[in-house]
Design a protein around this ligand. Structure first.
Ligand code: FES
Ligand SMILES: [Fe+2]
Length: 335
């Protein structure tokens, strides 16, 4: 039920330290910590002795020691010490997971380690580019990851859920252009001659009419880059006030997800009060989504067998994305 051979965001860089932390990725408990040289490590968060979480233990140099009976594991997952005896059975080895740390995100690979290709981690360079300013949030969502993917690929919900922040009444009146390239689905909407959204208009110091656009680029199965902004009437997008919203969506289990969110902008970059206002405004936006998705999850769970979504034209992006996800899942099933 999860695509395993993929990169998933598992933490922000600043969350991983010499104090082990626990995360759950697609139902797999993982502990994360840093070696003395700063390199992050991910190991199964379950001691092979009798199942105690290693994240409740302590680091000894670059190894982690279980807090229950002192089994010690190096960062490859090999047990290197059992205090009560000399012999270390091979079955004590636990899983270690490939990680990539880039632009403040830590990505984990829970599939076949030999297939982990760091080059496949999506581009997030706006987070560290000095021409851009970034605000981040992370949120637990009480819903399955699929609902968040759908939400990001159909932004007409902004007209209803986010009316006071990033929404406006006109969004659903404009059509969508959907393109699929490999495992990436893009859903693009141009809204010519409209007002800037309330949350950004103040930050941008703007009034009047503009061309607004947003393009959700879903990198199945775990990441969305939302290329959005406003530009002068009829002007190229790259001239405009641009926003890159990066969304790392990581399933915790069948009904909960972890949402890692970064919002980079190329305007008001040094304006701290704008950044502070966006931190609060975007927290509101994410809470609006989190509340809506939790409600939708209860709705979806209550469905009788055989009842399914009734998709409309505005769902073209998520319909294509579901096909890509189904293909990725099928490719991982045993023949
Ligand atoms: S459960 Fe870890 S050492 Fe016993
Ligand atoms: Fe939303």
């Amino acid at each position: 039920m999860y695509v395993r051979n993929a990169w998933y965001v598992t933490a922000w860089s600043h969350e991983v330290s010499r104090d082990p932390v626990r995360r759950t990725v697609c139902e797999i408990p993982v502990t994360l910590y840093r070696k003395r040289d700063g390199e992050p490590v991910a190991l199964a968060d379950r001691c092979s002795h009798r199942g105690y979480p290693l994240s409740a233990g302590k680091l000894v140099d670059d190894a982690i020691e279980c807090g229950y009976h002192g089994f010690r594991f190096d960062c490859s997952g090999t047990c290197v010490r059992i205090p009560a005896q000399e012999i270390i059975p091979p079955r004590t080895t636990i899983r270690s997971f490939p990680l990539v740390e880039k632009d403040g995100w830590i990505w984990i690979w829970i599939g076949d380690s030999e297939r982990a290709d760091a080059a496949a981690v999506p581009d997030t360079h706006w987070m560290t580019d000095p021409e851009w300013a970034t605000v981040t949030h992370s949120f637990p969502f009480a819903c399955r990851a699929e609902l968040i993917h759908d939400n990001l690929l159909d932004l007409t919900h902004e007209s209803f859920i986010h009316l006071s922040t990033v929404g406006d009444d006109y969004i659903y009146k404009h059509g969508l252009t959907v393109v699929v390239e490999g495992d990436v689905v893009s859903a693009d909407r141009l809204m010519p001659g409209v007002e800037a959204p309330p949350l950004y208009a103040a930050t941008m110091g703007l009034s009047g009419l503009w061309d607004r656009f947003h393009c959700t680029e879903f990198h199945a199965p775990s990441f969305h880059a939302l290329h959005s902004g406003i530009t002068g009437l009829g002007r190229p997008r790259e001239e405009g006030y641009l926003i890159k919203v990066m969304n790392g969506i990581t399933p915790i289990d069948a009904h909960t997800s972890h949402y890692y969110y970064a919002f980079s902008r190329n305007f008001g970059v040094d304006d701290q009060s704008a950044t502070d206002a966006l931190v609060e405004g975007l927290r509101t936006v994410l809470q609006e989504d989190a509340d809506a998705m939790a409600l939708q999850e209860t709705g979806v769970q209550s469905r009788p067998a055989g009842e399914s979504d009734v998709l409309i034209g505005q769902d073209a992006g998520l319909a294509k994305a579901r096909k890509v996800m189904a293909r990725l899942l099928a490719a991982e099933q045993p023949a």
